[in-house]
Design a protein around this ligand. Structure first.
Ligand code: BEZ
Length: 239
C-alpha cells in the first residue's frame, strides 16, 4: 500500500520546483513543514486555495512552518499559473512573488509513493490527478498529520493553521485539544493520566464534567501560562 502513516519519516526526495531543485530534508532544516498537493494548474478551486495559502504565508512563517506545493503539472505550467494566482490575490501582482515553491511531479513519482492520487479525477490521457493532500511534518521529519480531500472540495487554510497550533502545543506534552479548540482555550487531560498526576502537572486546576456514566474522563485544564508563553516566544522569535 503506498502512502505514509503518522510517525513515518517523510522521504527525503530531491524534487524539481519553481525555486529550483530542492532536497526536502535540507529545505525543511529544523523547521516544521507543510506539503500540500492540488489536482491541476489553471483550475478555479486550486487558484483560490493557493491564493489563500499565499496570503497566510506570514502566519505559517510565524509558526516556523515551511510551505511547499505540488501537482503533476510541468514547471512551465506552474510558472505561468503563478502569475494568475498572484493576480487573483492582489492588484499589484507584478511586484509580488509566490512565497513558497511548487513541486512539478510530472512523472507522478511522489504522487504514487505518497498515495496522493485521486482515482476519480483524470487528465485527457486518462491518468489520475493528485487529490488535495496535506502533510504536516515535524522538525524531526516525521509525519504529524495528513488530510486528503477530493478535487471538488477546496481546503480551509485557517483550519490548517489551527491544527498546526494544536500540533505544536501538544508535541511532546501530555495534553490534547478538543473539537474546535482555538489557542488560549482550555485543553484536555489525556485519559491515561491519574487524578493525582493531573493535579500536580496542572496547578491551574483540572475540571471534570459530570457524565451519566459517572466516569471522569472529560477533564479540562486552562491552557497553562507556561505552554502559552512557549507558543508566544516561538511566534515572537519569528517576527
Ligand atoms: C479545481 O481546482 O477547480 C478543480 C480541479 C480538478 C477537478 C475539479 C476542480
Amino acid at each position: 500500500m503506498p502512502g505514509l502513516l503518522l510517525g513515518d519519516v517523510f522521504p527525503d526526495y530531491e524534487v524539481e520546483t519553481t525555486n529550483g531543485k530542492i532536497k526536502l530534508h535540507e529545505f525543511l532544516g529544523d523547521s516544521w513543514g507543510i506539503l500540500f498537493s492540488h489536482p491541476r494548474d489553471y483550475t478555479p478551486v486550486c487558484t483560490t486555495e493557493l491564493g489563500r495559502a499565499a496570503r497566510l504565508s506570514s502566519e505559517f512563517s510565524k509558526r516556523d512552518v515551511k510551505m511547499i506545493g505540488l501537482s503533476i503539472d510541468s514547471l512551465e505550467d506552474h510558472h505561468g499559473w503563478i502569475k494568475d494566482i498572484l493576480a487573483y490575490n492582489c492588484e499589484e501582482s507584478a511586484s509580488c512573488s509566490l512565497p513558497f515553491p511548487i513541486i512539478a511531479d510530472s512523472k507522478r513519482e511522489l504522487a504514487v509513493a505518497l498515495g496522493m492520487l485521486d482515482p476519480d479525477e483524470k487528465d485527457k490521457d486518462g491518468l489520475p490527478l493528485t487529490a488535495r493532500c496535506v502533510f504536516i511534518i515535524g522538525p524531526d521529519k516525521k509525519l504529524k498529520l495528513s488530510l486528503l480531500y477530493p478535487a471538488t472540495t477546496g481546503r480551509n487554510f485557517d483550519e490548517i493553521l489551527r491544527v498546526v497550533d494544536s500540533l505544536q502545543l501538544t508535541a511532546g506534552k501530555r495534553l490534547a485539544t478538543p473539537a474546535d479548540w482555538r489557542p488560549g482555550d482550555c485543553v484536555m487531560v489525556p485519559p491515561s493520566m491519574s487524578e493525582e498526576e493531573a493535579a500536580s502537572l496542572f496547578p491551574a486546576g483540572v475540571y471534570s464534567k459530570d457524565l451519566p456514566s459517572g466516569k471522569k474522563y472529560l477533564r479540562y485544564t486552562p491552557q497553562q501560562k507556561a505552554v502559552r508563553d512557549s507558543i508566544d516566544i516561538q511566534h515572537s522569535l519569528m517576527d
